[in-house]
Design a protein around this ligand. Structure first.
Ligand SMILES: Cc1cc2nc3c(=O)[nH]c(=O)nc-3n(C[C@H](O)[C@H](O)[C@H](O)COP(=O)(O)O)c2cc1C
Length: 154
């Protein structure tokens, strides 16, 4: 099967962590010869993909409304697809309790909105000013795992 992937995201900072993370995903998918596009939520004009990877930064304790809305409004269209969700935040660096909180509170809304299409979720560490290139390795591992789990299901 030749799979086609769409990475859907939003951010308030066009040079921020989310855009970097999406770029790292695209590069890795390209290396794996997988056909992938990245679109901001408001640019999505086709659902002709097998997999949607949908991501949002966390600002003030919440994923962006535009991203949650994308999942909720397109629930029917996404119901026949595989959906992975991820968030980009800083709370993960604060220790175990914060990581638990991040999963419960920040991720839950996206996971719930993806419904039964959800195949994987991820939490990546963003930054305020200085890019955290050490997160790249985790992003690559995550996307590789996602792809192999999708191949394993088919
Ligand atoms: C205005 C603002 C509010 C933020 N609020 C939170 C928060 O509530 N929890 C958290 O873990 N990180 C928070 N962060 C950290 C961001 O999640 C982090 O900077 C991330 O990289 C943002 O994505 P971006 O780089 O694509 O903008 C906040 C950052 C900003 C700039």
């Amino acid at each position: 099967m030749k799979m086609k992937i769409c990475i859907v995201y939003d951010t308030k900072r066009q040079r921020g962590a989310t855009v970097h993370i999406v770029q790292w995903m695209l590069e890795e998918l390209k290396k794996m010869s997988i056909n992938a596009d990245a679109k901001r939520v408001d640019e999505v004009d086709s659902f002709d993909y097998d997999v949607f990877i949908v991501g949002s930064p966390i600002y003030y304790e919440k994923p962006m409304k535009s991203v949650v809305d994308f999942l909720q409004k397109n629930k029917d269209k996404l119901s026949s697809k595989k959906v992975a969700v991820f968030i980009v935040c800083l709370a993960t660096s604060l220790g175990k309790l914060a990581s638990w909180y991040v999963k419960r509170r920040y991720l839950k809304l996206l996971e719930k909105s993806a419904g039964r299409s959800l195949v994987k979720s991820g939490v990546f560490k963003g930054w305020i000013r200085k890019p955290n290139y050490s997160e790249r390795e985790r992003v690559i591992k995550w996307i590789r795992k996602l792809i192999s789990s999708i191949y394993a299901r088919n």
